[in-house]
Design a protein around this ligand. Structure first.
Ligand code: ZN
Length: 256
């Protein structure tokens, strides 16, 4: 990709995550056809399977600084730090009752259980065309930027939330709650530490709304915000009003 290096690179990031950058979209299309996961979060080049083997021969391998990105995308993030405000769909999913489940359980077993959850959740999100953002403890955060997931990002985030609800029900080994919201977030690069790798993160009120929706969801439940449901043309007749701690405005949530 060729770009001018400007302050903040806001225009570049607005394009990458907004309508999508033509070069990157071409790579997504090509790389999605090649097996298999795990993949670079940015260009979706495969690191696993035969595709990963072929691409490693072509010099595309996980970056030594951050295994979530290939070396080319890692260099890109280093060269063009910055971000932009983009409307997209956001999802949080986290394990319910993880504190009580960890009580009296060997730490190694807790780790195994959480890692199993993160792996399964990541697979479901990736299959749903989502961009896995971060893991916070036993929570997975994902986004559906239009430039990655297309204009139907809310529909894709909602169907992924339904798949997560089915996978992590009350009876599952790892029951989980899911929240989906659509709004404008600041998405951009963050430096993990001075001189170390850059990652991509999201910021803003709508991120917090999503986190609160996931927290409000009971085990095996997925809650969508009014914004996501409206965006996707979903009925909001079963909407509930949720008072959110620390927020002045209540959030309208629709169990999906
Ligand atoms: Zn890449």
């Amino acid at each position: 990709m060729k770009h001018e290096h400007t302050d903040g690179n806001a225009e570049l990031w607005a394009t990458v995550f907004g309508p999508g950058h033509p070069d990157l979209k071409k790579q997504h299309k090509m790389h999605k056809l090649m097996p298999s996961a795990p993949r670079c979060r940015m260009c979706l080049v495969p690191f696993g399977g035969i595709g990963g083997w072929i691409m490693s021969k072509r010099g595309k391998a996980p970056s030594s600084r951050n295994q979530h990105y290939c070396n080319a995308c890692d260099s890109f993030l280093q060269a063009f730090p910055g971000g932009a405000e983009v409307e997209m769909s956001i999802l949080y999913v986290d394990i319910r009752n993880s504190v009580s489940a960890a009580e009296g359980t060997p730490a190694a077993d807790v780790s195994k259980r959480v890692n199993g959850f993160l792996k399964r959740a990541t697979d479901i999100i990736t299959q749903g065309d989502g961009f896995v953002m971060a893991f916070y403890g036993d929570c997975v955060v994902a986004v559906w930027p239009p430039g990655f997931s297309g204009p139907e990002h809310a529909e894709k985030a909602l169907s992924t939330a339904r798949a997560l609800r089915e996978a992590f029900g009350e009876e599952d080994d790892v029951p989980a709650g899911t929240g989906v919201h659509t709004g404008t977030v600041f998405i951009g690069t963050v430096e993990a530490g001075k001189g170390t790798f850059r990652d991509i993160s999201i910021f803003g009120h709508d991120v917090n709304v999503t986190a609160r929706l996931a927290t409000a969801a009971i085990a095996g439940q997925a809650l969508a915000s009014n914004a996501s449901a409206t965006f996707a043309g979903l009925s909001t007749s079963n909407a509930q009003t949720l008072e959110m701690k620390g927020m002045t405005e209540p959030v309208i949530a629709i169990p999906i």
